[in-house]
Design a binder for this molecule. Structure first.
Ligand code: GDG
Length: 472
């Protein structure tokens, strides 16, 4: 059988339900690889004074995990620098936060070369190679330089930015050119696939072939939308776990005369937490009759603490929640609770289930798995309501949510009111439609659709398995 080699910046072994790592990519890949006996390669998360290319290998539940340590300078320039200070903000439409620093670019290219040189010798002729996310865009080019001829696919977990934003990056052309060393490019939504196509046609003098592929830089690449899903079955099982039940009971007891609103996000400016708090504040001000009946809990574990912008958000959120609680709390109740702790997944499942509203309002998001997890965790007889940003990739697959513009406190406030007062019948109709898609368009469907397309399996098989068909 063809072996699948998955390459991503960080590697999280496919472990059980108590897994505490945070981040959509790790969650999705752990679930996908649990079913596949393959090889997963990436950075160990550790540093070494001098890069040696020494691989640490272990086997976890049928998956071989191979990791390598990086030098401190690599982490600074490649991970904290080019990945998280340049590409992440730019691809999330935050040109104002984007660092354009040549040293970061050089570090990014160097680390991609190092990754390629480390994993290259382990690649066998029949292997399919699946590279993940913005940390690794030039990896195929480096592998090709080493003579690797295998089929290589790339999946971008974050948005592809609009053409006019991407050209603010001085090296935009080289970055896009390196994507043409892949055989298949996957985006989260048709909108992002189209944005990529627009860049290639307008900026790289590219064209489209009759079978819907893109040509530019003397090469041809297949591309399309492969919306990622969650492991919905696993999530449902998790609700039966003792800890999920305990968290659920605790939250229900705590909100006995109140309705719980929940948000769960890595602490990141793309998630729109400040705007969300402002929307909640507006709701409290606009609805004196409802405001004592609610409690909002925001779980926001810290991430990327080495990047200054991330340290600053925490301070701003603390000030904002202090202001909201200061204005609206009474002796026994605070309307907003924000916890910067990392919870277990089964605890999150219990928390989602206890919440009458899931408030998911990123300013920009590739997909957003929390929206899908919230739906998967609901009680089929009495489901809560999902309030979802129109700028999350998930909005395209979840039109039955209450869709809002996260920049508008008024829209958030109105959606909260509507969600909290929605009759059971309407909640049921919306939730059933959402749940059906969360269950069928799950992480296995995503993995199979991408791997089938990468393996060049017959088009009808791909079309049947890919949620929206490849961009054509
Ligand atoms: C990127 C893209 C895309 C959160 N807090 C805790 C915790 N989490 C888990 C959630 C969810 C995951 O982290 C977050 O996934 P998202 O999709 O919401 O966001 P990103 O981390 O930004 O992921 C995103 C994704 O990749 C997949 O392609 O959807 O657009 O930005 O699973 O539950 N998990 C635990 N404790 C927490 O406190 N255990």
């Amino acid at each position: 059988m063809t072996r699948l080699i998955v390459i991503s910046n960080r590697v999280t072994p496919p472990v059980g339900k108590g897994e505490e790592s945070v981040g959509g990519l790790a969650m999705a890949l752990a679930a996908a690889l649990r079913e596949y006996s393959g090889l997963w390669f990436g950075w160990s998360g550790r540093t070494t004074p001098q890069f040696s290319g020494q691989l640490a290998m272990r086997r976890v539940e049928g998956v071989t995990i191979a990791t390598v340590d990086l030098e401190p300078g690599d982490v600074e320039e490649y991970y904290n620098g080019y990945a998280n200070k340049t590409l992440w903000p730019l691809f999330h439409y935050r040109v104002d936060l984007t660092a354009y620093d040549r040293a970061f670019d050089a570090g990014y290219q160097r680390v991609n070369r190092r990754f390629a040189e480390t994993i290259g010798p382990l690649i066998e002729p029949d292997d399919l190679i699946w590279v993940h996310d913005y940390h690794m865009i030039p990896l195929a080019r480096e592998l090709r330089r080493l003579g690797v001829k295998n089929r290589i696919g790339f999946f971008l977990h974050i948005p592809w930015p609009a053409h006019q934003l991407l050209v603010t990056l001085p090296t935009h052309k080289a970055l896009v050119e390196s994507l043409f060393d892949y055989d298949l490019l996957g985006f989260q939504t048709p909108e992002y696939a189209t944005a990529f196509e627009e860049y290639v046609l307008a900026e790289a003098g590219g064209g489209r072939t009759e079978d819907g592929r893109l040509t530019a830089f003397g090469r041809t690449v297949e591309y399309g939308a492969f919306p990622i899903g969650i492991d919905a079955a696993d999530f449902a099982d998790m609700l039966g776990a003792e800890r999920a039940g305990r968290t659920y009971d605790r939250m229900v007891a705590h909100t006995v005369f109140r309705k719980l609103i929940v948000g769960v996000d890595r602490l990141d400016y793309s998630k729109g937490l400040e705007e969300r708090f402002a929307g909640f504040e507006r709701f409290l001000a606009d609805n004196p009759d409802l405001r004592r009946e609610v409690l909002m809990v925001q779980v926001a574990p810290v991430s990327r603490e080495a990047v200054e912008t991330y340290q600053e958000i925490r301070g701003r959120l603390d000030a904002l929640s202090g202001r909201i609680n200061g204005a609206h709390a009474d002796l026994a109740w605070n309307p907003l609770r924000c916890v910067n702790r990392n919870y277990r997944r089964d605890e999150l499942a219990g928390l989602y289930r206890a919440a009458k509203v899931g408030l998911v309002t990123p300013l920009r998001d590739g997909m957003n798995l929390v929206a899908k997890e919230y739906v998967a965790a609901q009680d089929p007889a009495d489901p809560g309501v999902l309030v979802l940003s129109r700028f999350a990739g998930a909005a395209g697959q979840m039109p039955e949510a209450l869709i809002v513009n996260p920049n508008s406190p008024e829209e958030i406030s109105e959606a909260l009111k509507r969600a909290l007062t929605m009759p059971l019948e309407e909640r049921l109709a919306r939730w059933r439609a959402l749940f059906k898609r969360v269950r069928s368009e799950d992480v296995s469907a995503w993995r199979d659709a991408f791997v089938d397309a990468l393996a060049g399996r017959p088009a009808e098989v791909v079309a049947a398995k890919t949620p929206p068909a490849l961009a054509s």
